[in-house]
Write a protein that binds this ligand. Structure first.
Ligand code: DSN
Length: 438
């Protein structure tokens, strides 16, 4: 099945691969064997490793192949009915379909499906709600926020005055009273909630009350939890947030991209203008086509079951890790992810070492700073683990206990090659029993 030698130009074809992907690899093999080999190896890597990065997932063949269509050939600057190029009739139709499905999914009045990614969605949201120099209150990245929420080298930290709120040092949860106190002090134009490494439920209503108290806009970035929000597995930011931004490729299981939602016409108009012509040119219409397909999938009852299973699996994995001596920040999880503080299990274990050793054993994770981490961001004392991708493969709570065992064997082995090889073999067996969507 596999051919992992780096000099070979023979594509590696995973055992379970949908028919169209096989054809695509066959075509590439004929016209560009070098590219075919690299792409096939990536397909094989995904098929034979456990993906525990909380922000990643495996799309369905329908979403995968909607991306590789004729829609990529077209410029469609503007919006449906108002384009700067001729020949956009089908682009209007597919963009309208994506917008309508997004509105239905998130139960809101307006959707912009053109944002290329989550950070671009946030650029448009900042531009729509704030002027350069305005004060924005947000959680810093070191505590679980996102770089586009105010990190100094990012556009957000460069063009806006960022004030931080932080987690409660004891509970490691959002301290809403403290957010309110800081908001009253700094009088922000906008408050941001929604995070990249926060394992607990967000109280959007409380955030809106704080925002209203100081006359601020509320931006909810639900990139991580969008699939949970869409299905009721996490409370919705509507009707609380003025603008909601998200990616489409995490728990929502769509193509890599961004999405901006709102429920107010004048804000929605501003958002549209800030996406195009404000910050982007031609929309990626092939990605918008795949967004439409993914939103259609997310509207089906099976997706609600999927989201529930993602949360149940995260709870099971969290319990199994705690039982093996690991400390989880906040003590557990309410959503799809958990933040593991490695120090309790092994004071010398770093996130960087664990990430490297686990990858050798076929388990893909990302090192992650924990709140008040004494180690630098490229080392860290933590791992962020998420269950969206494993749940897509059909794994359930029993497999989560098995996954916790595999994780612990590697970390307890501290990079031992024999242990890593034994775990790698077990990972391959588990992956073979739960193939990627095909
Ligand atoms: N890089 C993403 C994540 O992993 O959470 C956020 O953009």
């Amino acid at each position: 099945m596999t051919n992992m030698t780096s000099t070979s130009t023979e594509p590696v074809v995973p055992a379970a691969l949908d028919a169209i992907s096989r054809d695509v690899l066959g075509l590439l093999r004929r016209v560009d064997p070098e590219a075919a080999t690299i792409l096939a190896r990536e397909a094989d890597r995904q098929a034979t490793t456990l993906e525990l990065i909380a922000s990643e997932n495996h799309v369905s063949p329908a979403v995968m192949h909607a991306m590789g269509t004729w829609m990529t050939n077209k410029y469609a600057e503007g919006y449906p009915g108002k384009r700067y190029y001729g020949g956009c009739v089908h682009h209007d139709a597919i963009e309208n379909l994506a917008r309508d499905r997004a509105k239905k999914l998130f139960k809101c009045g307006y959707a912009n499906v053109q944002a290329h990614c989550g950070a671009n969605a946030n650029i448009a949201a900042f531009m729509a709600l704030c002027d350069p120099g305005d004060t924005v209150l947000s959680l810093p990245i070191k505590s679980g926020g996102h770089l586009s929420h105010g990190l100094k080298p990012n556009f957000s930290g460069t063009f806006y005055t960022i004030v931080d709120y932080d987690l409660d040092p004891e509970s490691e949860r959002i301290d809403y009273d403290e957010v309110e106190r800081i908001a009253r002090e700094c009088r922000p134009k906008m408050i941001i909630c929604g995070y990249s490494a926060y394992p607990r439920t967000i109280d959007f209503a409380r955030f809106r009350a704080i925002a209203d108290g100081v006359g601020a806009f509320l931006l909810a970035d639900i990139a991580h939890i969008a699939g949970l929000v869409a299905t009721g597995a996490h409370p919705s930011p509507f009707p609380h947030a003025h603008v909601v931004t998200t990616t489409t490729h995490k728990t929502l299981r769509g193509p890599r991209g961004g999405l901006i939602l709102s429920d107010t016409e004048d804000i929605a108009k501003k958002v549209d203008r800030k996406v195009f012509p404000g910050s982007q040119g031609g929309p990626f219409m092939h990605i918008i086509a795949a967004k439409a397909v993914a939103f259609g999938e997310a509207l089906r009852p099976e997706f609600t079951t999927y989201a529930k299973n993602v949360v149940a699996n995260a709870a099971a994995l969290a319990d199994a890790l705690v039982a093996r001596g690991y400390r989880l920040c906040t003590g557990g999880t309410d959503n799809h992810l958990m933040l593991v503080d490695l120090r309790q299990r092994d004071a010398d274990l770093t996130g960087a070492d664990a990430e490297r050793w686990l990858e050798e054993a076929g388990i893909i994770v990302n090192k992650n700073g924990i709140p008040n981490d004494p180690r630098p961001p490229m080392v860290t004392s933590g791992l962020r683990l998420g269950t969206p991708a494993l749940t897509t493969r059909g794994m359930g709570t029993a497999e989560m206990t098995q996954v916790a065992d595999l994780l612990d064997r590697v970390m307890a082995g501290r990079g031992d090659a024999t242990i890593a090889a034994a775990v790698r073999a077990d990972v391959r067996t588990l992956c073979a029993a739960f193939p990627l969507p095909h």
